[in-house]
Design a protein around this ligand. Structure first.
Ligand SMILES: [Zn+2]
Length: 403
């Protein structure tokens, strides 16, 4: 069965217009007006095809063709980061819709359904993959009031306003009959584009450990304090930045370490800082290797601090395990790609996705298509139309074998 590639591209272009920041990438936060317009767009297609559409109390959507047992999920998200790209999430959603439409147009039965996970990006409430965490029971009813936006308004208040949260609607839809979950997504990194790959089959989603490190030295006058004898927390930070980078490079195995946030106190041009606090995000596909790298970074920070006469405190902020996808799905997809003579690779994902949340509960797998220049979460995010269509056709072919 052949998908309608032009219809897919037309849908994606139409959805690109549903943004709060016209001309500056796509900003479509969950529960916003733009999100509502994208949901209406999906509802119109569902209606046209006679697909049943349900929304649970946290805003996850399920679209199911008549007679489908819903054994197989094709899912992704429709929300974006601020000034994000036009493909992250929505590409997987519209591809899923295209697969369902192709089954319907061909008069072929499927047990697949499309799931749109709410609030994946964490733009609103500081928590990523909110919808899929409710679906898998990681979040419970009490989290509806624990999760708050920047103004302190609870997730529950937003859900009530949108009309999703109602007494007669289940908190999260029941996925107990599901035995396979799939997601098609743009790679969001440079590997596929650089190596001219057409299809990426995802092996493992990186595990992550986040540290918060604080160097506390002696704040003092910038002019009256000679260079000798200073206890400068900023200099300790400077040394730590390069040492952490080197630790990750030396660790190999694709380990990545990122210092993405730092604050300097008190932050005056004529004051030696008394403290610098920063985060280190460490990831790899192997929890053992991630753990060893974290320990090395700890030791290294302590050693720098001691040598420079500053205090060092280290806090663990977040920790998540690497998530392997189903071996069987990886092998089946690789066999299909071989058969179709596609240029493919089995590869890891440095980014986390909703389907990884489902992986401990059901057989799960993901497909990537290239991102031009590896750019994502920016207005420049793009993928060649041929690659977008090829990815969806590959998903179609895999689903038609599976359902
Ligand atoms: Zn995404």
């Amino acid at each position: 069965m052949e998908i309608n590639g032009q219809r897919l591209i037309d849908d994606l272009r139409a959805l690109r217009e549903m943004t709060a920041t016209p001309g500056n990438g796509v900003t479509r936060f969950s529960y916003s007006e733009e999100d509502g317009r994208a949901r209406d767009y999906l509802a119109r297609i569902a209606d046209q095809y006679g697909f049943a559409m349900e929304t649970d109390a946290v805003g996850n959507i399920c679209i199911r063709p008549p007679g489908s047992k819903g054994r197989l999920i094709i899912g992704s998200h429709i929300d974006t980061v601020r000034n994000g790209g036009w493909l992250d999430g929505i590409y997987g959603v519209m591809s899923g819709m295209e697969v369902l439409r192709t089954f319907a147009d061909s008069g072929v039965h499927t047990d697949a359904m499309l799931v749109i996970y709410a609030e994946e990006e964490g733009s609103g409430f500081g928590s990523t993959m909110t919808g899929s965490k409710f679906l898998t029971g990681k979040y419970k009813a009490e989290d509806l009031t624990a999760l708050k936006d920047e103004e302190g308004r609870t997730l529950l208040a937003h859900l009530k306003e949108c009309g999703y949260y109602r007494e007669d609607v289940p908190l999260a839809m029941d996925l107990s009959g599901v035995d396979c979950a799939l997601e098609l997504h743009i790679e969001q990194g440079p590997v596929m584009d650089r190596e001219h790959l057409q299809i990426g089959i995802v092996d493992t989603v990186f595990g992550m450990h986040v540290l918060e490190i604080e160097f506390s030295g002696l704040g003092n006058h910038a002019g009256a304090s000679p260079m000798i004898g200073r206890r400068d927390s900023m200099s300790a930070f400077g040394e730590a930045i390069l040492a952490i980078e080197k630790t990750a490079i030396d660790a190999g195995h694709g380990v990545v370490a990122t210092i993405g946030k730092a604050s300097v106190s008190p932050g005056g041009s004529n004051v030696i800082p008394d403290s610098v606090r920063f985060t280190v995000d460490i990831r790899s596909n192997d929890d053992g290797i991630t753990g060893e790298t974290v320990e090395q970074i700890r030791r290294c920070a302590m050693e720098i601090a001691e040598r420079r006469g500053v205090e060092c405190t280290i806090r663990d902020v977040a920790d998540s395990s690497a998530i392997p996808f189903s071996r069987r799905i990886i092998e089946e997809m690789a066999a299909l790609a071989e058969e179709q003579k596609l240029v493919y690779r089995v590869m890891d994902s440095g980014a986390v996705h909703d389907t990884a949340m489902l992986a401990p509960f059901t057989e799960a797998g993901m497909i990537f298509v290239p991102s031009i220049n590896g750019r994502s979460h920016v207005p420049e995010e793009n993928t060649n139309e041929d690659d977008l269509i090829r990815g969806t056709q590959f998903l179609m072919d895999y689903v038609s074998r599976k359902s």
